[in-house]
Each structure stands twice: as structure tokens, then as C-alpha cells.
Design a binder for this molecule. Structure first.
Ligand code: HEC
Ligand code: HEC
Length: 150
């Protein structure tokens, strides 16, 4: 009985293998004859728009409470549980010698409002709120107006 079962399984496994090979081959044959979504041949080199570079100047805030955009590239700055390189320039202990703006004092308040000497855990991952700015056109129209400028 168990021997029979075993050989049945073997047949099934073999069958699945053959099927997979057939699908792969069929896929290959199809791929040879399709064009991509733009109607071009799949082998045609794709030209894409250049990735917009970082804007290295401060930008106007869109509303008073907005986390300021980052006016420099952050590609090289490690930020994880162990290291936060942003603090090497922006923490109050370093900002003077690095000639960088000091973290806002709100970043040194814990969730109960107590003042800390080090960055609050709630502000540790800077790019939850701050993002580098790129000189790119908006992807969708935006008619946002801050409530207090009228
Ligand atoms: C090597 C030093 C250095 C490091 C590291 C650094 N910054 Fe900066 N950052 C600066 C300097 C200098 C300025 C001011 C630039 C200016 O005013 O043109 C600045 C400006 C900013 C501002 C704008 C502040 C404002 O009031 O407009 C933000 C936000 C900021 N950085 C966030 C970050 C974040 C987030 C990181 C980490 C991913 C980081 N920075 C890493 C030096 C640094
Ligand atoms: C939860 C959102 C949040 C996080 C996380 C956060 N920030 Fe901010 N940050 C803000 C907001 C909002 C402001 C402007 C209002 C204020 O001063 O609190 C600000 C202001 C700043 C400023 C301008 C200070 C000034 O006086 O011009 C700097 C520099 C800055 N943040 C850097 C950082 C860095 C570096 C980190 C990570 C260590 C960080 N922030 C994490 C929201 C955040």
C-alpha cells in the first residue's frame, strides 16, 4: 500500500516537472513575439527622463508647521537603530562646529513634554518627516493653500 502511494507521488512530481518545463518554454516563445506597453520591441533600449537632482537651497515652507525640506543630498547618510549621521551635524552638541542649523527644540521633548538633552525617540527617524527636495514637476496638480495667508 505505502509502496503504491510512494510511486503515485513520484508520478505526480514528475508530471509537475514536465508541466513546469512546458510552461517555461511556452513563456519563452511568447516573449519572443510581444512588444512592450509602449508598443516598442522588447529589445529596444529604453530612454527615461533624467532623475531630478537635489535642490541645494532652502525652500519656502507651504504651511507654518511644515517640517522643513532638506536642502542637501542624504544619499550617503546612514540612519538606522545604531547610527544616525544626521545627528553628527544637527544635534545641539555638534551644530556649531558643523555650521548646521540646530535641531528644533521640539525634537528634545519626550511624549510627556519633559525636556531631554538628547534627541527624543519620537524624532529619531528624521525622514519620517523631512525629505530632500528635488527640482521635479508635481505628478498631479496641487492647489493647496495654507489656511492663514488669505
Ligand atoms: C555634514 C553635515 C550635515 C549632515 C550629516 C546632515 N545635514 Fe542637514 N544641513 C546641514 C547644513 C549645513 C544645513 C544648512 C544648509 C543651508 O542652509 O543651505 C542643513 C539643513 C538641513 C535642513 C533644513 C533646516 C531648515 O531650517 O531649513 C534639514 C531639515 C536637514 N538639514 C535635515 C537633515 C537630515 C534629515 C539629515 C540626515 C539624513 C541631515 N540633515 C544630515 C548639514 C548636514
Ligand atoms: C515627527 C516629525 C519629525 C521628525 C521625526 C524630525 N523632525 Fe525635524 N522638524 C519637524 C518639524 C514639524 C519642524 C518645524 C517645526 C519645529 O520647529 O518643530 C522641524 C524642524 C527641524 C529643523 C529646523 C530647526 C530650525 O530651527 O530651523 C531641523 C534642522 C530638523 N528639524 C532636523 C531634524 C533631524 C536631523 C531629525 C532626525 C534626527 C528630525 N528633524 C526629525 C518634524 C520632525
Amino acid at each position: 500500500m505505502s509502496k503504491k502511494l510512494f510511486s503515485m507521488r513520484k508520478t505526480k512530481v514528475l508530471g509537475a516537472g514536465v508541466l513546469a518545463a512546458a510552461i517555461t518554454l511556452a513563456g519563452f516563445a511568447v516573449a519572443q513575439s510581444v512588444t512592450n506597453l509602449r508598443g516598442a520591441d522588447v529589445d529596444e533600449p529604453v530612454t527615461t527622463a533624467e532623475i531630478p537632482g537635489t535642490v541645494d537651497r532652502r525652500m519656502q515652507r507651504n504651511y507654518r508647521q511644515q517640517p522643513p525640506l532638506i536642502p542637501h543630498s542624504i544619499d550617503q547618510y546612514q540612519m538606522d537603530l545604531k547610527v544616525n549621521q544626521c545627528l553628527a551635524c544637527h544635534d545641539w552638541t555638534k551644530a556649531g562646529e558643523r555650521d548646521a542649523p540646530t535641531l528644533s527644540m521640539t525634537h528634545y521633548l519626550d511624549r510627556d513634554g519633559a525636556e531631554l538633552d538628547h534627541i527624543a525617540g519620537t524624532r529619531y527617524f528624521c525622514n519620517q518627516c523631512h525629505v530632500p527636495q528635488a527640482d521635479a514637476l508635481p505628478l498631479v496638480d496641487n492647489i493647496f493653500q495654507p489656511s492663514s495667508t488669505d
